[in-house]
Design a protein around this ligand. Structure first.
Ligand SMILES: NC(=O)C1=CN([C@@H]2O[C@H](COP(=O)(O)OP(=O)(O)OC[C@H]3O[C@@H](n4cnc5c(N)ncnc54)[C@H](O)[C@@H]3O)[C@@H](O)[C@H]2O)C=CC1
Ligand SMILES: CC(=O)C(C)=O
Length: 292
């Protein structure tokens, strides 16, 4: 990694800030998240593949979408309604000489998930990589404060949507294709303020392990990533400022993570470099939790 990249990633923590609406947007963040590093130079690892990334407009999903484009993949992005973030990501992706389509809508709606997959296959001709990454969260002091409505919405967006996308995608996939899921460190260590969110992330881990076993004989690999504290729009849009004060700085590596920290691990999981990995999670958290 270059000195410039090291300096770009280093920070003493974040300045607590609040956005009024979830999903948040990148342009209202100070500083804006780092989604690209000069050290990531594409080498055709995903040449001519087609990737669908949910939540690919911003944060971790944006970094992965641009990283995949640099590796030669055509990219489809599903997101809720942050059109400015999505257009900016598409523009950057197209600079890599690949195509990008945007699919705005609510993934809590099962038919939207199936329609997106059909649109992707129609517009790009195939689907090789599905990154199930979109999510929401709401902080509550106690489990007794989680309303039935919040519980349902969080599971609809974070977990059921991933199942819908998975079901829609598999019939289009072949040996060598890959499914990737974004979980969270919270699934492994728990989080008393995000109990419903954390439960969806645990469900994702169990789902990945199970679907990986089902699809192994077809040569379709299924893996996940469990990020720790990462500076993305999700944070100012959902975490109260007092919870942002020590964000990431107590990790052994001493800084919050950035979306750019995820690019090469997600490229690895999508490419032949991980040909002997399935049902596994990569932990990107500055050393806060380690697991084999
Ligand atoms: N930022 C962090 O500290 C951590 C994030 N994660 C996970 O990383 C993933 C990506 O989140 P970030 O990049 O942090 O935030 P982000 O706010 O940039 O991304 C969230 C994405 O989810 C999409 N989304 C939310 N609700 C939706 C809906 N109803 N329909 C369609 N799309 C919807 C948004 O459009 C947005 O693109 C999530 O799964 C999150 O749980 C996991 C651990 C830590
Ligand atoms: C750690 C985690 O998942 C968030 C979003 O705070």
């Amino acid at each position: 990694m270059s000195e410039l990249d090291k300096q770009t990633l280093m920070s003493d923590g974040v300045e607590p800030q609040t956005q009024e609406k979830q999903p948040g947007v990148e342009s209202e963040m100070t500083p804006e998240p780092v989604y690209e590093l000069e050290s990531h130079v594409g080498s055709g690892k995903l040449k001519d593949k087609v990737a669908l990334i949910t939540g690919g407009d911003s944060g971790i999903g944006r970094a992965v979408a641009i990283g995949y484009a640099k590796e030669g993949a055509h990219v489809a992005i599903a997101y809720l309604d942050e059109h400015e973030d999505a257009e900016k990501t598409k523009e950057r992706i197209e600079q890599e000489g690949v195509t990008c389509t945007l699919h705005a809508g609510d993934i809590a709606d099962e038919s939207f998930c199936f329609n997106v997959v059909e649109e992707v296959v129609e517009k790009h001709g195939k689907l090789n990589i599905l990154v199930n990454n979109a999510a929401r969260q709401e902080v509550r002091e106690s489990v007794v404060d989680i309303s039935a409505e919040q519980l349902k919405r969080t599971f609809d967006v974070n977990f059921f949507a991933m199942v819908h996308f998975t079901k829609a995608a598999i019939p289009h996939m072949q040996s060598g294709d890959t499914l990737i899921y974004t979980s969270s460190i919270n699934a492994y260590v728990g989080n008393p303020s995000l109990i419903d969110y954390t439960s969806t992330k645990g469900a994702i881990v169990a789902f990945v392990r199970s679907v990986a076993l089902e699809l192994a004989s077809k040569g379709i690999r299924v893996n996940g990533v469990a990020p720790g504290p990462i500076w993305t729009p999700l944070i100012p849009a959902t975490l109260p400022e007092d919870m942002q004060e020590s964000f990431g700085v107590s990790s052994p590596l001493g800084r919050p993570g950035q979306p750019a920290d995820h690019v090469e691990p997600y490229v690895l999981l999508a490419s032949e470099g991980s040909a002997y990995m399935t049902g596994q999670f990569i932990h990107i958290n500055g050393g806060m939790y380690t697991s084999s």
